[in-house]
Write a protein that binds this ligand. Structure first.
Ligand code: ZN
Length: 134
């Protein structure tokens, strides 16, 4: 597979894939698109399909959107998620998502863009929508 770029990251989302970069030398999964590994400095980066599972590190609610398209959906929620692979990425999230929650991302069309949308993961003991034990 070719080197990951912002364009191929977006193309991946359009195909339902969360593509990140992994260092071929040390195996470190990178945050964002990088020319060199943040851990070892190697330039041998390869595309990597991430699990989309992680833990919420931070979250916020947006009331002042950066563009007209996003102004039409305020307020909305954003979160920073530490993926199971170690990279921290930003995405939209459901209003009930809180710091420390285990979450899973799907790819949603938001303001005409394909974006990550995190929801609470439904694991053992999780409370399903409607309040029933999963
Ligand atoms: Zn490396």
């Amino acid at each position: 597979m070719a080197q990951l770029t912002e364009a191929s990251f977006s193309a991946g989302l359009a195909r339902g894939l969360l593509l990140l970069q992994k260092c071929a030398s040390c195996g470190s999964v990178q945050k964002g698109v990088r020319a060199r590994c943040a851990q070892c400095g190697s330039r041998t980066m390869e595309p990597y399909e991430a699990s989309r599972n992680g833990t919420v590190y931070a979250r916020t609610r947006i009331f002042r959107a950066p563009s007209a398209a996003f102004r039409s959906i305020v307020p909305y929620d954003l979160c920073l998620v530490d993926l199971a692979e170690g990279a921290r990425i930003m995405g939209h999230c459901a209003p009930e998502v809180e710091v420390g929650d285990k979450v899973t991302a799907r790819i949603a069309t938001i303001a005409d863009e394909n974006l990550l949308f995190f929801e609470k993961a439904m694991g053992p003991g999780a409370v399903a929508p409607g309040g029933e034990e999963a």
